[in-house]
Design a protein around this ligand. Structure first.
Ligand SMILES: Nc1ncnc2c1ncn2[C@@H]1O[C@H](COP(=O)(O)OP(=O)(O)O)[C@@H](O)[C@H]1O
Ligand SMILES: [Mg+2]
Length: 263
């Protein structure tokens, strides 16, 4: 990453359990390691990223946070600025937390309102802004397509994920009409290298994506490894977790480097 401009990276896949939060968590720690200033935006009412970053269960019940990005235009009182809704986690890391009241936030945002959210997000004073989304296709979850420089689509190497990607690509193409600089990359997570089936799916996916443009699939592929889940539970990225074998650390660092290399 060379530019000094704010970069917005969003994780998106309507499927749950594919690693959106896990990858966001690692990309955030990688950015902090590079001494960037970081804003994490958690749009998931389950608040998994919020919990991973703070360990604070109470935040998951607390209004505000990322809801501040979607002010209600019909409300008589002006909404507080997102800057006032942030939780400082470290001097370099701020969070707009996710919470269970997020589902009450407007689900059918009109295009002008989405445009307005894009201008707000892109003006926030950080080197990198990460957006983690919920497994759904509401307009609140699609709004980050209008904010982002890069969308990372984590998926597993199975048939359903590949067909799900086709649907997401439609949304990405639509968003590109408004946000022409948007690029996307697919990330295979929970990969089982010994599975012939998974290797075949990756090959098919690569052919499918190559029709769009080459190298849309991020490398390395991320293997299914127990320490990945354990590390987050210990509030650490996998490369800082004592029980991670060296190849797992190297794989995640190389992956994060590849993501930043794209910006
Ligand atoms: N590469 C991996 N190896 C092992 N477990 C993983 C890996 N990636 C994610 N997980 C685990 O899978 C579960 C779902 O991942 P998560 O990041 O929460 O997915 P999503 O945010 O897409 O719903 C979590 O329990 C997480 O710890
Ligand atoms: Mg998640």
């Amino acid at each position: 990453m060379t530019s000094t401009q704010t970069k917005v990276i969003a994780m998106l896949n309507q499927k749950g359990g594919v690693g959106k939060t896990t990858i966001a968590y690692h990309l955030i720690h990688y950015a902090l390691r590079e001494e960037r200033t970081v804003l994490a935006i958690d749009l998931d009412p389950q608040g998994n990223l919020t919990l991973a970053l703070t360990g604070d269960f109470a935040l998951l019940n607390q209004q505000g946070g990322s809801a501040s990005l979607f002010p209600d235009p019909s409300s008589p009182t002006p909404s507080p600025s997102p800057l006032a809704a942030m939780t400082a986690i470290t001097p370099r890391l701020q969070l707009l937390h996710g919470h269970q009241h997020l589902d009450a936030v407007e689900q059918s945002l009109a295009l002008p309102n989405i445009r307005a959210t894009a201008a707000v997000v892109r003006s926030l004073p950080f080197d990198v802004i990460f957006v983690d989304t919920a497994p759904s296709v509401s307009s609140r979850q699609l709004a980050p397509l209008f904010w982002a420089d890069l969308v990372v689509v984590p998926m597993e190497a199975d048939e359903f994920s590949v067909s799900g990607l086709a649907a997401l690509l439609k949304s990405i193409r639509l968003a590109k009409r408004e946000n022409s600089g948007l690029v996307y990359r697919a990330a295979i997570n929970r990969f089982k290298i010994r599975s012939k089936y998974q290797n075949l799916i990756v090959q098919q996916l690569e052919e499918q994506l190559a029709a769009d443009s080459p190298s849309l699939l991020l490398r390395p592929l991320l293997s299914e490894r127990v320490p990945v889940a354990e590390a987050i539970g210990r509030r650490k990225p996998v490369w800082a977790y004592g029980r991670s074998p060296r190849p797992v650390r190297a794989e995640w660092l190389a992956f994060c480097e590849a993501v930043y290399g794209d910006l």
